[in-house]
Design a binder for this molecule. Sequence first.
Ligand code: GLN
Length: 467
Amino acid sequence: MIDTLRLTAEEALGLLERREVSARELWDAYRAAIDERDGELHCFLSLVDEPAGEGVPIALKDVIGTKGIETTAGSKILKGYVPLYDSTVARRCKEAGLVTLGKTNTDEFAMGSSTENSAFGPSRNPWDPTRVPGGSGGGSAAAVAGGLAPWALGSDTGGSIKQPAALCGIVGLRPTYGTVSRYGIVAFASSLDQVGPTTKTVRDCALLYRTIAGRDPSDSTTADVPEVELPEREDLRGVRIGVPKQMVEAEGIESGVKDAFERTIQLARELGAEVGECELPLSVEYGLPCYYLVAPAEASSNLARYDGVRYGLRAPEDAYHAMVMRTRDEGFGDEPKRRIMLGTYALSAGYFEAYYGQAQKVRTVIRREHAEAFERFDVLASPTSPTVAFELGAKTQDPLAMYANDLLTIPSCMAGLPGLNVPCGLSEGLPVGLQLIGPQFAENALFAAGHALERALGFDRVPERLR
Ligand code: GLN
């Protein structure tokens, strides 16, 4: 019997290599888990009927373009859009022998922190189905945590890999900007979007990152990436960990989250790390407002392409302008509309310098603050999310409360830096995530620190109600 709740992708690869299970048996085990639990969790927007290969299965967030498989980005406006080509990450997964199980749920165009903005209904948290799995990559995170996929890919603009991983008690990496190709990904905010792994363990995360990272001629923002090392070490001797004062003292961090974080920092000391305090005052104060100018500005431009001509939905109107207007009115949900309006405003003549221009300057300040912190520390540590998973509906009427979820994940995204979520304990029976931030291209340092902590923490990642 394959226990999909416990089996790691690395173990699955081993079983296949040693021919202890067949690829078909693996596929069937995950399909059985999907049949059993996806009705409740709603992780998948579409499923693939037959495995297109002989390797380990994988789930892909529905912003990842897949040849021949509908790709909707959680939006009605892309309903029925079947890409004619694979995104580079989908192609690399195929070339590595991975077989796509299906496409996972996401907030519409990855805009959100709970998957409740999906046009196709929310996903639910495997730890407690009355609660959200986080977002926007809640479908991928819930699929991995709920044993519906051994691992999955997500995308992260301001926290959409890290925060759902935190809320679902699994590992998630937002890679350094420019390490993973964006070719064939549904664009949200192009200066921030990065694809990355959502996995059960840090080693799985390193394996999947190794598969997808690297320069891609089809995405000129990609760079050569240092060779990925699978983490082995179980201590943290010689590792300097900085704890940004403003991140642990920020308003709205639940006391249970703080406690789990502090216990983890104590453990890091016991493993030999040198822990010190550092400062990110402007990043924490201005990170969110800066992001909510830059990201909507880029989104308003990226989403201009959905005009009813090239992709998905087309409203039946004879005149061109009437068709475009109705398609966009009926095709976009409230959140993309809100962002398009915010973004167009920030970019409009007369306001551009005051909003978008100013935000770009603040972004440079955020980058500098992080660079200064990394003069003294190898990695920075904070909670990933200020809260544990919240109830469905709790924040849907209050966009600002929803945005506040990203307080701790956004600053490093604005600085283009990699961030890893490692589950670090429970609060009220729900997972708490530790966020480790590194300098550019320091994924190996994050994997090493994350792996040592993961080993020492011994967090049981199988949701209590499914054990
Ligand atoms: N929650 C943030 C937003 O709504 C980040 C989403 C993301 O990273 N895609 O924009």
